[in-house]
Design a binder for this molecule. Structure first.
Ligand code: NCD
Ligand code: ZN
Length: 346
């Protein structure tokens, strides 16, 4: 018997599309299944102003193959020089849906991020007034803090103080990777959301390090112990409105992943929906897949869910490409380590 499941077309609430030849190569991989995505602004140089965001949105739309529909939801990269009025204007025009906070040095292309949080107070207060969400990369950058503890320490030292000082600020904890992240988000009110990636539901830190180093499983925040992966799976499949999909699909060419100092990022755009259907079926939660991929995110961002629907069917093993060929070079697709049986019907 074929099993099938019809849900509202999903959205991706955390996506890296890059620019130029890489953008052209990876955009169809997301647009095939996803209607909209929150587009990360960590280009070189970053997308800082409303003007930058408008130009980047135009480049994304220009790279979209004919016949494909996709709506990029733009974000601004918060710097210590960000002008609160520029942010407010970019939001009022409908262009910008969130502002991204990278602690300086936390991850790929975050050098222009925030060092002194007091210097962004004015922007955060303006955002609280207008209801514009702050997407937070939640890791401290203190070299004295172990990389596996950086998320939990960030919650206590940075995130909670910012939220207390800025009542009304709507925050998304991006790509949570720990049981502490799950607990903090789970206990919060509806001014807090948390995205969970596809890959953090599949891998723990052993996948990166045991039996040889596997650079294609290296991303930031780095995958943690198994107990954390299990907490993330429970949260994602719970149906709780706080949690929604942000793939954090982050393409880097193979030459930069398979390198003495390899880049962080897993590329999951191609097979995310197949992997998620597998995970939700395993957890006996197929009826909650739609909440995670298609309903909770729009509700947090105060947007309607997509009217269009997709159908997933379970059958023969899905044949997806092991690599995507882009004009910038080949990009390896995330390998979940088990056959995928769920496909999105054409
Ligand atoms: C992202 C990237 O490559 O831009 N990398 C990653 O490992 N997730 C940056 C980020 O989201 O931290
Ligand atoms: Zn990211």
């Amino acid at each position: 018997m074929t099993q099938s499941l019809t849900i509202c077309r999903p959205d991706d609430w955390h996506l890296h599309l890059r620019d130029g030849a890489m953008l052209e190569g990876v955009l169809p991989e997301s647009a095939r299944h996803f209607a909209r995505a929150i587009i990360m602004p960590n280009l070189v140089p970053p997308v800082v102003t409303g003007r930058d965001a408008a130009a980047y949105r135009d480049r994304i739309l220009a790279a979209l193959p004919e016949g494909m529909a996709f709506e990029p939801l733009m974000t601004l990269y918060l710097t210590e020089d960000t002008d609160p009025e520029d942010v407010a204007a970019a939001h009022a025009s409908g262009l910008v849906k969130a502002v991204k906070l990278y602690p300086a040095g936390a991850t790929t292309n975050s050098a222009s991020g925030v060092r002194d949080f007091d210097r962004v107070r004015g922007v955060l207060e303006r955002m609280a007034e207008i209801g514009l969400p702050l997407c937070v990369h939640g890791e401290v950058t203190d070299p004295a803090i172990d990389i596996f503890d950086r998320e939990a320490v960030f919650i206590d030292r940075v995130l909670d103080p910012i939220r207390r000082k800025t009542p009304g600020l709507r925050v998304v904890m991006e790509h949570i990777t720990t049981k502490e992240g799950v607990a903090y988000a789970g206990a919060a009110g509806d001014d807090l959301g948390a995205t969970i990636t596809t890959h953090h539901l599949i891998i723990n830190r052993n996948h990166i390090l045991a039996g040889g180093i596997r650079p294609h499983y290296y991303c930031l925040p780095v995958a943690k112990r198994e107990e954390h992966r299990l907490a993330l799976r429970a949260a994602a499949t719970s149906g709780a409105p706080r949690f929604f999909l942000g793939t954090d699909s982050a393409p880097h060419i193979d030459a930069l992943k398979e390198h003495a100092c390899g880049c962080a990022g897993c590329f999951t755009a191609t097979n995310t929906m197949s992997i998620l259907a597998h995970v939700f079926e395993e957890e006996g939660a197929l009826d909650r897949l739609e909440a995670f991929t298609s309903l909770n995110g729009p509700a947090f961002y105060r947007l309607p869910p997509n009217e269009e629907r997709i159908t997933l069917t379970k059958g023969e093993t899905v044949d997806y490409p092991k690599k995507i060929q882009t004009g910038a070079g080949p990009v390896t697709v995330f390998e979940p380590g088990f056959p995928l049986l769920w496909r999105v019907a054409a």
